[in-house]
Ligand binder design. Sequence first.
Ligand code: 4AD
Ligand code: MG
Length: 431
Amino acid sequence: MSTFSSISSVIEGNFNEGDPVKIRGWIYRSRQQGKLNFVVVRDASGIIQCAVKKGAVKDKHFEDATKALLESAVIVEGTVKKDGRAPGGWELQAKEFDVLHFSEIFPISRDQSTEFLLDVRHLWLRSRELTAVMKVKATILAGIREFCAKEGYFETTPPILTSSAAEGGSTLFELDYFGQKAFLSQSAQLHLEALIFSLEKVYAITPSFRAEKSRTTKHLTEYWHFEGEAAHCTHDEIMDFEERLVEYVCHKAAKENRKDLEILGRDTKELENVKAPFEKIKYADAVKILQKKGAKCKEGDDFGADEEKLLTDDFAQPVFVTNFPAKMKPFYMKENEDGTANNHDLLAPKGFGEMIGGSERETDLKLIERKLKKAGENTKNYEWYLDLRRFGSVQHSGFGLGVERLTRWICGLEHIRDTTPFPRVINRAYP
Ligand code: 4AD
Ligand code: MG
């Protein structure tokens, strides 16, 4: 027998008792009972207990199983047995136990500090929890791409090295580009806007960078940004697209990642119940609701974490807040006659915070120029963008979704850093 089976295929009962199986993975846990070693092995799909009994395997294999430490890489061949006491209800009774690599003493054990676990993140990634999150995130990314393809959006590849700031100077990472000033992209939006004139409906999933000086549970300095932009698209139409996308992705994760979400203690019912359309509250009304709930905020204030939580505590699914004062928002947002922006944030329920920011885009060339100047920008750096308002300008709308923000809410995680394998935050770019 030469092919390997995944551990989950055994645990899910795809084999009959007595069937031969061969698996490979890493030692997850191990305990010795006299002439019997119980070695729990994990692979990408799950864990299974292997019984390695003296006499049932070669002496060398029994000795190796006795001395192999956690995280040693192994191949186990044996027969399948139902066993209620084993995790998952199935056990592998070993006939062969090959150690591919004897691990040194693994530095991670129980009750270690968060900082230490972040120092050994490259090893901690092997934990069941982080493995589960990474699988959910893979589903989310696949779901986004599936949904966009169904809706006729083209995936595009905008630049990461840029010369223009979409979201203002305060969170820009600046770098020396052969003697010229350049930045790491905060958002692909401006370049996506250029692409709608050939492809009409476009999206990109790119790293975005924010020099966020604040330490919060929802800010990374490097995150994955899913952004969409569509020509001839109204503000309502783009929100409609977003809510259907979020519903699609939630249902897909609830269905395909049931086991992973269970490991994370996430109630999948809540995800199954996500149903578009979502509630839409105007910013001015949101302020009133917050004031009624006892918050100190007033018209013109941005919502902090406390306000977001207060506002969304009673909601079981995401909610849009629309029409923020245009003064609070970037130059590219369409301004309404009443001084509000034709924009929206999508807030996750229960204080998980903003997942999406989007708007209809301003098409008034003079107004954009005025706003850029007021923000202290050199309009020369934006000439290419202003050209988009000179040559066949049309109504259009778009949005940006923080993939880690969505992952955090779908997984129900306390901190955003656990949604990404190697988190970058203010005090950390290692490992
Ligand atoms: O609201 P933001 O700043 O909007 C933009 O960048 C627009 N130009 C997007 C567009 O319309 N194409 O960022 C969009 C989303 C936020 O809603 C949030 O989910 C995420 O990006 N985000 C962050 N995620 C993790 N860490 C950070 N520091 C983030 N900053 C924004
Ligand atoms: Mg925003």
